[in-house]
Write a protein that binds this ligand. Structure first.
Ligand SMILES: [Zn+2]
Length: 476
């Protein structure tokens, strides 16, 4: 019996409903019984695992090791770095009871781990010989958010947080930039999401950081998403947590620390950058299923086609993540739509005529293009196609970003584009101007892009001489 394929709201008519439809109907996530929490189902968790693998390998290649620190942080530790606690206090979940006993000190469910890790580092680091410390943690964190949205903002989310200590400021800064580059590489080359790199303005930087470097991506609805950040923490945390070392010159000095993080939020970016009216479009490097095989044939032919398809899948299975859709309760047409919705990069159709001609039909999810090729070409052609689709998705996203990036001289000009897109404009550097723009238009300074040079124009808000060329956008 044919089931009617569950409808997805068109992306162009209601982007946020489209997003919710896509993630639920493709079995990526479900809502948990508690408000603000989500369940990552296997289809999205597999994508996370691929992202983890790509990141983790690069972290290790650059000398980092993984470790694990406790989920709960005593209040006095969290409060040690003043700016840090101020930045997070509104979002912290607290444990106040253990069994039936009221705790003498509240324990915070970690919103991030600088404080507990800093406390441990102060015990581990004594001499310049103990440096650098290069540790990463894969973990979950909790931030009590008021408005939530799966992947983009949930009360609990998965991430990695790197925490390093260095002998000099220069070395820590190098580390901060190096990790940002790793993020850029994975996000552009695996997620196929183009990013703008830059430094956060003072008002937007991480609580307790000297500088926050960021990667900003443009979503399909023209809003920005911060894809990953890397923080140069100076000596703020080493002073708060007494991370000191005896240097080669015999002088006791504070270490220079960094932290850097990326989260399951990236999966939200992946969906919003590549998805279309039919559903997901997954880049091959992260697709849980890269190729789906749909056999076509009725009655007597069905068995023969299925056997042929099984042989094909067995032959190709080593080189690609391939799935045979042998469900007999659905028509081929239903299956085509279903796998398109799930974003599988490539579909192989095989029917009696194809078998007779020793050929198969290929359908690309990224372009919708259909071609027939000789079956004996398949083994060579599939890996090439995986690369081509990966490249094409990045190209399309880059093109979208380019055509939705605008240079403006006056912030009222942003209005004509509905405040959707990346807006490059001069900024005097005053937080008052940033605040005024935000309250009037909802636009924030996403970053001061590395690629933009100091300018001599006038602030897009107050018309005073500018100090920076900034990237403005409405953000998730
Ligand atoms: Zn100004």
């Amino acid at each position: 019996m044919e089931k009617v394929l569950k409808e997805i709201t068109p992306k162009s008519s209601d982007f946020s409903q489209w997003y919710v439809d896509v993630i639920r109907k493709t079995d990526m996530v479900d809502y948990a019984p508690m408000k603000g929490f989500m369940v990552m189902r296997p289809y999205s968790y597999r994508i996370w695992e691929f992202i983890q693998e790509a990141m983790d390998r690069r972290f290790k290649e650059t000398g980092h090791e993984n470790a694990y620190f406790p989920l709960l942080i005593p209040e006095h530790l969290l409060a040690k770095e003043a700016e840090h606690i101020e930045g997070f206090s509104a979002e912290v979940a607290w444990v106040t009871m253990g069994g039936s006993e009221v705790l003498s000190e509240r324990l915070a469910v970690r919103p991030t781990s600088e404080t507990i890790i800093g406390a441990m580092y102060s015990q581990w680091i004594h001499s310049y010989r103990d440096l650098p410390v290069l540790i990463n943690q894969w973990a979950n964190v909790v931030r009590w958010e008021k408005a939530t949205r799966p992947f983009l903002r949930t009360t609990e989310f998965l991430w990695q947080e790197g925490h390093t200590v260095h002998r000099t400021a220069e070395e820590a800064l190098r580390e901060t930039r190096q990790q940002l580059e790793i993020y850029r590489e994975v996000i552009e080359e695996y997620l196929a999401v183009p990013v703008v790199q830059g430094v956060k303005s003072a008002g937007e930087r991480f609580a307790g950081a000297v500088d926050t470097y960021t990667l900003e991506a443009l979503m399909g609805d023209g809003r920005a998403l911060q894809a990953a950040t890397s923080h140069f923490l100076g000596q703020h945390f080493s002073q708060a947590f007494d991370i000191q070392f005896l240097d080669e010159d015999g002088v006791l000095k504070h270490g220079w620390t960094t932290s850097w993080g990326s989260s399951t939020r990236m999966i939200g970016a992946l969906i919003m950058v590549h998805g279309d009216d039919k559903g997901l479009r997954l880049p091959p490097r992260l697709a849980p299923i890269q190729v789906v095989v749909v056999p076509i044939g009725r009655g007597e032919e069905r068995k023969r086609v299925l056997e042929h398809a099984q042989t094909l899948v067995a032959q190709l299975g080593e080189s690609v993540r391939i799935k045979l859709d042998d469900r007999d309760e659905f028509t081929p047409g239903y299956k085509f739509n279903d796998w398109e919705m799930r974003g599988v990069p490539l579909r192989i159709e095989i029917g009696p005529k194809d078998i007779a001609r020793k050929q198969i039909t290929l359908a690309r999810r990224d372009t919708g293009e259909k071609t027939s090729i000789a079956e004996n070409q398949l083994r060579l052609r599939i890996p090439e196609l995986m690369k081509e689709i990966q490249t094409e998705l990045f190209r399309q996203a880059f093109e979208f970003q380019k055509t939705h990036s605008y240079n403006v001289d006056n912030y009222h000009e942003m209005d004509q584009y509905g405040y959707r897109g990346f807006f490059y404009a001069d900024w005097c550097g005053s937080e008052d101007c940033a605040t005024r723009l935000k309250s009037e238009t909802g636009m924030t300074i996403r970053c001061l892009p590395f690629d933009e040079f100091p300018v001599t124009g006038r602030c897009v808000v107050c018309d005073e001489p500018s100090q920076y060329r900034a990237l403005f956008a409405r953000a998730y």
